[in-house]
Design a protein around this ligand. Structure first.
Ligand SMILES: O=c1[nH]cnc2c1ncn2[C@@H]1O[C@H](CO)[C@@H](O)[C@H]1O
Length: 304
């Protein structure tokens, strides 16, 4: 039986591929939208369009929080291109978001699929923190939270902080200290094992499928930005996290660690890791199998 998942997404470039992978690999029971990468309405459109494009009009999209709990944040169109889709102006033809709020949907689905539901938290953690604050029984009903977030030392947004934790550090702190079963895939791990190299982009372009065309059109700004960051291809933190959730064999090294979040001044959004195993609240992925990730991605992109 396919595992039940919600994708919590600030939908732009790589998020769309994470949605597409989740639809291929899991029973995707909903996509919830949260403030993060780009303009909120663009994110909603991008999620609706992605699901229509892959023929998954049946997957509900729930509108969540359009701002972080406390902080000021900025969107990063420079990473994802115009509209968060590399300048591709997409608009859904038929699909509309649900009336039910994302937090209500997360709580309801956690009851419908108690002990089964997994959350792909590939965005700022605002929706999840709010759901937990509303009903802390959530931690026991959700089987697992897969978090893309945090940087050990090479923050992609500030010298210390990774984007998802930086946008809503209060939410990240709430979620990490709530008592969920958590696996974290940090930024540096995705920069190393979540890269699709330029020659692989050519391979993808030659697949000539509807999904390969989608990948190239929606993610080409991410490729350019990743190269500016010094990478040899595009970095896919969200897709890698979804894939590692699906195939735990592709996690080559992980450790149980205590992780917490900095809230103040220059270190705001930074991830604090206690490497001495005094206690733990998370499993942190340290190494992954890039080849298997790439192969799985190309498999899905060639499927139609
Ligand atoms: O430079 C970037 N490359 C890839 N993803 C980014 C970047 N900046 C922000 N994000 C977004 O934040 C998370 C990774 O930090 C990912 O969830 C992605 O959606």
């Amino acid at each position: 039986m396919r595992r039940k998942v919600i994708v919590d997404s600030d939908t732009a470039t790589d998020d769309t591929i994470a949605i597409l992978l989740s639809s291929a690999l899991f029973d995707l029971v909903g996509v919830s939208i949260v403030a993060g990468n780009v303009n909120f309405q663009d994110q909603v459109n991008n999620a609706l369009f992605t699901l229509e494009y892959i023929g998954r009009d049946d997957v509900p999209v729930y509108i969540g929080y359009d701002r972080p709990i406390l902080g000021q944040w900025r969107t990063v169109e420079e990473v994802h291109g115009k509209w968060g889709m590399s300048g591709w102006r997409v608009s859904p033809n038929r699909k509309k978001p649900e009336k039910e709020h994302a937090v209500d949907a997360i709580l309801r689905l956690s009851k419908e699929y108690e002990g089964e539901l997994e959350i792909m938290a590939i965005s700022p953690l605002t929706n999840l923190a709010q759901a937990y604050l509303r009903d802390n029984g959530l931690t026991k009903r959700v089987k697992k939270v897969w978090i893309m977030g945090g940087a050990f030392t090479r923050g992609n947004t500030t010298p210390l902080a990774e984007f998802n934790f930086w946008v809503d550090p209060e939410a990240a702190k709430i979620v990490l200290n709530a008592g969920f079963e958590v696996t974290i895939v940090p930024w540096e791990v995705t920069e190393k094992y979540g890269v699709i190299y330029e020659n692989e982009w050519e391979e993808i372009g030659k697949l000539g499928s509807r999904l390969s065309e989608f990948f190239v059109r929606s993610n080409k700004a991410l490729l350019e930005f990743s190269k500016l960051q010094g990478n040899l291809g595009s970095v896919h933190p969200d897709s890698l996290t979804v894939y590692l959730a699906y195939n735990n064999q592709a996690i080559l090294e992980e450790r149980k660690l205590k992780v917490d979040i900095e809230l103040c001044s220059l270190s705001r959004g930074g991830m604090l890791v206690d490497w001495y195993n005094r206690e733990h609240n998370s499993i942190v992925v340290l190494k992954a199998d890039r080849e298997r990730f790439k192969t799985a991605l190309l498999d899905v992109l060639s499927s139609f």
